[in-house]
Unconditional design. Sequence first.
Lengths: 254, 249
Amino acid sequence: MKQQHLTLIKYLTLREIKARYKQSFLGLFWVVLNPFFQMLILSFVFSKIMKVGGLGVPYPIFLYAGLLPWTFLANGLASSMGSLVANASLIKQIYFPRQILVISTLLAKAFDFCLAFIIFLLLMIYFKLTFTWYMLLFIPIFLIQFLFTYALSLLLAAFNLFYRDVQYLFNLVLTLWFYLTPVIYATEFFPARYRIIFKLNPMAVFINAYRQVLLGGSWPNFISLSIGVGLSVVLWLIVQHLFQKLESVFADVV
Amino acid sequence: MAPNEATIVFDRVNKFFYLQYQKTLKELVQALFFKEKTIEKIHALKDVSFSLKKGETLGIIGPNGAGKSTLLKLIAGVSGPTSGQVKVSGRITPLIELGAGFHPELTGRENIFLNGVILGLTERYIRSKLEEIVAFSEINPEFIDMPVKHYSSGMYLRLAFSVAVFTQPDILLVDEILAVGDTAFQKKCLDKMAQFQKEGVTIVYISHSMDQVRQFCHRVIYLNKGEIKYDGKPEKAIDYYLNDIKHHS
């Protein structure tokens, strides 16, 4: 990729980040508060009312470790889906690789992820959990999740140019997907014979891996993770190819 | 680049695109169910060939839907030809929708950098030209660190125009920008474009104002229903076009 394209990514990402923080009074805090309050409410329901236990760590932090990557996926897809339509006037008059618009939107969401991760560290201190070197593995896991999210984003952003109501369908799918992913529960709650669905769901693989390295103080399950990596790479290659084929008609349809 | 060398070449270019009747999946499903038309193939440019030399100013006239904007999109490289070849060499600066990359929440200064980078400038170049860009936009330097949402529409346009003209273009694509902005802004644009003309910048100019086309262009293409009806002297092209309008009304 050319230097100029990297500069463009930098400026478009900064545009996303700055614009959002200037818009609202609470600015940066919204990003952090949103998953935090979600965590508080869900924790109350599941640990006080339904008395979920036996996780080895307090439920709130177990939950937060799953909410964090899920929020990145959900928010990343929701905002990058509209990224091409929102920049229609640019697409119509000046050429640069269109993926740049998608990747910048996603990078701005990655920034949110990092902020929300600080809360995770504070929670670890609050619950007196021990910090281990394994925790650093969350960085490569996040990079894999980023690739996976990016591939889906490209697909949805392109599709949204042709049919603008894709997002309603997407919301429905996302809700189902949420319940089939171990965010609010652990995979162990499921009977063993059904657990195969978690192996084929990359989000389940990523969330389990995050929990293993952040809370379990151990290596992630490399077999599951390599399936996740494989699926992400294959999806990305296919979508990238499709995206480049469609790119020349984007300006005709927006 | 040597003078007189062609900077834009269209060789038997055809452009089709599909007009989508339904913009949502919901409508699409309904249309499929009732066997309605879903897409229509449009022949937007028919066998278009021409070449433009460096420093020429080409006007493009024709009724709405003639394919003028499609032609501009092919030159800008944002849309590809269905068949035929398009060759364009040199740095292109579009003056089409001014301030397309602006964000209302960002300051004037931030938007200068953002738009400059979108137009292909380096950060270092923008930094070195910053004062000149602000001066040319005639915006009070006090306002430059204010979000552009507080700008008047005139200030907004002037800032966007100012960034665009500092890109050192080889080719300028102009589509009806003079329709926006007040008289002072129009004069500023025309003056700057005349200066570009003198400096040997190639200009492609779409306008509905025959006076401006007559005053400004060396050569005019009259486009109708995707076909070149006339390519040559501005006077003749305009006569031809106005004649066609008369006969149809």
